[in-house]
Design a protein around this ligand. Structure first.
Ligand code: PGA
Length: 248
């Protein structure tokens, strides 16, 4: 059976004391998380701070991005080795906001994925269609092509997680229905099957306006193994509520 995972993507939110309070609040509830794994992905600058707070709590640490080069003159970028030395076990790759605002493409996702895996990080690869693509019936072909390009020339699926995040549902209050999400997760499971024998062990997360009141129904679908949560990961009560909704 696959484990469940709920990842909080804090995005560009929190100053130091907010990051620390949020992490402390989540740690205080960690005993109630059952078998579901909690993962916090704060801004880079708070990785050490949050890492110290969650140490020994079972809550995991991840980053929101990385750069694929090892080191050098790449002002403002962060390497996989830096993330490892800050205590990260996970890294989010190719979030739609990175694609939309920072020029990331399936090709850069592919390079980042390979570097993350080389350094033994677990990569959470994000993909998802936008509103027009869904309306035009292109969801499956977009997901398939993002998948193929992201995993081109790649076979090391031991530490891969995929997050399906329909762009139209991110931060909009609109959520994919459990059936819509399951349909895409099922498609992803099938695509994975063509690439790896481990296809049924890979976690598939859903992201896009997940809240404590829609989480239980989403997680009840067979191929939804957890969530990548933005807005609702910034309040202790909301995040803890989602964690609890995954326990049955
Ligand atoms: P949201 O963001 O939960 O605020 O919709 C999800 C995400 O971008 O990962």
């Amino acid at each position: 059976m696959r484990k469940k995972l709920v990842a909080g993507n804090w995005k560009m939110n929190t100053v130091a004391n907010e990051a620390s309070e949020l992490a402390k609040g989540i740690v205080r509830s960690a005993a109630e998380f059952g078998a579901t794994e909690a993962l916090l992905c704060p801004p880079f600058i708070w990785l050490n701070l949050v890492g110290e707070i969650i140490k020994n709590s079972g809550v995991k640490l991840g980053a929101q991005n990385l750069f694929w080069e090892d080191k050098g003159a790449f002002t403002g970028e962060i390497s996989a080795a830096m993330l490892k030395s800050a205590g990260c076990e996970y890294v989010i790759i190719g979030h739609s906001e990175r694609r939309q605002f920072f020029g990331e493409t399936d090709q850069t996702v592919n390079k980042k994925l390979k570097k993350a895996i080389e350094l033994d990080l677990t990569a959470i690869v994000c993909l998802g269609e936008n509103f027009q693509q869904r309306e035009s019936g292109l969801t499956n072909s977009i997901i398939s092509s993002q998948f193929e390009n992201a995993f081109k020339g790649f076979s090391r699926f031991e530490k891969v997680i995929i997050a399906y995040e329909p762009v139209w549902a991110i931060g909009t209050g609109k959520t994919a229905s459990p059936n819509q999400a399951q349909e895409v997760h099922n498609l992803l499971r099938g695509l994975l099957k063509q690439k790896t024998d481990r296809f049924d062990q890979i976690l598939l997360l859903y992201g896009g306006s997940v809240k404590s009141d829609n989480a239980a129904e989403l997680i009840s679908r067979p191929d939804i193994d957890g969530f990548l949560v933005g807005g609702a990961s910034l309040k202790v009560g909301d995040f803890v509520g989602i964690m609890k909704a995954t326990i049955n």
